[in-house]
Design a protein around this ligand. Structure first.
Ligand SMILES: Cc1cc2nc3c(=O)[nH]c(=O)nc-3n(C[C@H](O)[C@H](O)[C@H](O)COP(=O)(O)OP(=O)(O)OC[C@H]3O[C@@H](n4cnc5c(N)ncnc54)[C@H](O)[C@@H]3O)c2cc1C
Length: 434
């Protein structure tokens, strides 16, 4: 099955169209093959080239590099994610491990943008976990206790304050965390494509169909040609399953999002001219909604079991209509035809929200599955899996490997039935905030 992305993502449409696209045109041999060119694969390639200067490194992507989830996400580089408050010591220490990884993720992205002078609309604006449902106060108070114990600066805000800051009366309360960055995901990943070193060959529109091991080599089959490699790193995130990687530990979900055109000066004034902000939902299936630096509103309010290879235009249009309703609920005064683009993207999930970072055997490595928080963690895991695959060690690897490992999932069709039921239930619980 061929991976075909929709072409409607505003983040990607903001970027200059690339012209230097190379595809696989003949059989190739290499020392290293990286599959998938998002934050993870591109970061792995950067690090591998630094550690193995005289070796041949190829990175392939089924579509254009960086135009999968990495170029089409909501742009929250997170320091914390909402967990219903942990009181037990063991749970607190697990949550700390998770946030330690987020912290390293932020540092590694910061280092990259500094070194390469990247303009990706970086804004250390913090973020809001907001709800229109007064009953969610308990969840936020519990979360606040966890954050206090771990010294994350934050405060709870009430409706009046929120309406001034966000320009909408929709939310009743929120927990604001000072850490966390908003950025332009497309600009960040494009900078990673542009920063690929000379000893890395990028081949795009080059989808790996099959791979097998034979003695000391790995044979990778594409449409018309093969690549024979000594080592391989899988960085295909939501597509790990389609290549038979860790099938019982992760599954793909399809998310859809929409973005408005920039608000006019009159529209922006009518909502009180708020500064750039980002809201995450208190309940998992509520809407993520963001006011961008250039006054556009982004909304993401779906997560579904759907064919990850392609979403039809008519299905995307249905989700876009639903997102228009989400925007109008929060900003009733805005025009009906304000949405400029809608798109879909694939994430990878595990049962216990842990990530995959693994040496499968001496020649096969995998990093991925960030449960919707992959900007920082993907960049970190990409670099660190390259270090691990080069038989080197680092403090970061020790921190990553001390996290909980992903837990086992039931086989199909039970998995999809279970996930769909859970999503329906969560959507019902989040219904006021979709
Ligand atoms: C709508 C949406 C909103 C999100 N919001 C956020 C957010 O605000 N903050 C955050 O941190 N994260 C967010 N995420 C998640 C984040 O985008 C991902 O975790 C991150 O991009 C993962 O990076 P990656 O490089 O591992 O995977 P990807 O960017 O998915 O890259 C994998 C690449 O592998 C390629 N590939 C797949 N199969 C093959 C094959 N057989 N052969 C060759 N290539 C193949 C794909 O084409 C793709 O380019 C969001 C995701 C979506 C979809």
């Amino acid at each position: 099955m061929k991976l075909i992305n929709d072409k409607y993502c505003s983040w990607i449409n903001d970027l200059i169209v690339r012209t230097n696209i190379k595809i696989l045109k003949s059989n190739e041999d290499c020392e290293w093959l990286i599959v998938g060119a998002g934050y993870t694969g591109l970061s792995a390639a950067r690090k591998l080239s630094e550690l193995n200067t005289d070796q041949k490194i190829i990175i392939v992507d089924a579509q254009l590099a960086g135009e999968g989830a990495s170029g089409r996400n909501s742009g929250y580089l997170v320091d914390t994610t909402l967990n219903d408050g942990f009181t037990l010591k063991k749970e607190l220490s697990n949550y700390k491990k998770k946030t330690d990884i987020y912290k390293l993720g932020i540092e590694v992205v910061k280092k990259f943008i500094k070194e390469h002078q990247v303009d990706c609309d970086w804004n250390e604006s913090g973020k809001y976990f907001a709800s229109s449902n007064k009953k969610d106060r308990k969840i936020l108070e519990n979360f606040s206790k966890t954050l206090l114990k771990l010294n994350f600066e934050h405060n709870i805000l009430e409706k009046d304050d929120l309406s001034k800051r966000l320009g909408t009366n929709f939310y009743n309360l929120a927990l604001y965390t000072k850490g966390g960055i908003l950025l332009h995901p497309g600009k960040l990943v494009r900078a990673m494509v542009d920063a690929l070193p000379d000893n890395v060959e990028l081949l795009e529109n080059t989808q790996l169909n099959e791979w097998s091991q034979n003695n000391n080599t790995i044979i990778c089959k594409f449409n018309n040609h093969k690549i024979i490699t000594k080592k391989i790193i899988f960085c295909t995130n939501g597509f790990l399953n389609t290549l038979g990687i860790k099938n019982n530990y992760n599954f793909p979900l399809t998310l859809t999002a929409s973005m408005t055109r920039p608000l006019t000066d009159t529209e922006f004034k009518s909502i009180g001219e708020p500064k750039e902000w980002g809201v995450l939902p208190v309940r998992p299936m509520g809407a993520t909604i963001r006011m961008t630096k250039d006054k556009r509103i982004l909304i993401r309010n779906t997560a579904e079991v759907y064919n990850p290879f392609q979403m039809s235009k008519s299905d995307l249009d249905k989700r876009s209509l639903n997102q228009k309703v989400g925007i109008k609920k929060r900003f009733p005064g805005l025009a009906d035809d304000i949405i400029e683009s809608s798109w879909s993207g694939i994430v990878s999930r595990t049962k216990n929200s842990s990530q995959i970072f693994e040496k499968i055997d001496d020649k096969v490595f995998v990093a991925g599955c960030y449960n919707g928080s992959g900007i920082g963690v993907g960049t970190l895991f990409g670099e660190q899996i390259a270090i691990k695959a080069s038989n080197k060690d680092s403090d970061e690897i020790n921190i990553i490997e001390s996290r909980n490992k992903p837990t086992w999932l039931p086989p199909q069709p039970f998995l999809n039935i279970g996930v769909k039921t859970r999503l329906l239930f969560e959507r019902f619980r989040s219904r006021s905030d979709v």
